[in-house]
Design a binder for this molecule. Structure first.
Ligand SMILES: [Zn+2]
Length: 152
């Protein structure tokens, strides 16, 4: 990130800790667009053990996703190409939804509205219906792990 004239870092200019602490609502969070790098790493590990030869995905992830704020707009949209193959079965949908809820709860979001387009995948047996069921099951389970957040 570029430095300002005053030479302050982003952390000094923007009170991130304050924003993190205050209670918040999030009315429009796309599940697959809210996955943390930590969770993406887990998904990649899960994929590499399930299917061999996923090194290509791993190296693409390292070069593109790990660029963080340095990404240009094209690279941001390309993220979907990496994320969708990682979230192509109901177990992954469940895992991702639950961790997204927990991440929002960590940031002290108290009310969260999730969005997602149900996708089917004949290879893994996932249907649009089982996709939704996995999302709902994750919301249900998150009630026990992070009870202070209301999720719709
Ligand atoms: Zn939207």
């Amino acid at each position: 990130m570029a430095e300002t004239d005053s030479g302050k870092t982003a952390e000094e200019r923007i009170p991130f800790n304050y924003f993190k602490k205050i209670p918040k609502i999030e009315l429009h969070a796309h599940i697959n667009g809210s996955i943390s790098s930590e969770t993406i790493k887990k998904l990649i590990q899960r994929k590499s053990t399930k299917e061999k030869g996923q090194n290509n995905v791993v190296s693409q992830w390292e070069t593109t996703i790990l660029k963080g704020d340095e990404k240009n707009l094209d690279e941001c949209f390309k993220m979907w190409d990496f994320i969708y193959p990682l979230v192509d079965d109901t177990e992954a949908v469940f895992l991702v939804t639950k961790s997204v809820i927990e991440d929002f709860a960590q940031d002290n979001v108290r009310y969260l509205e999730l969005r997602s387009t149900p996708r089917a995948n004949p290879k893994t047996g996932m249907t649009k219906e089982s996709y939704i069921e996995a999302v709902l099951a994750a919301i249900e389970e998150a009630k026990t792990t992070v009870p202070d957040i209301t999720v719709r």
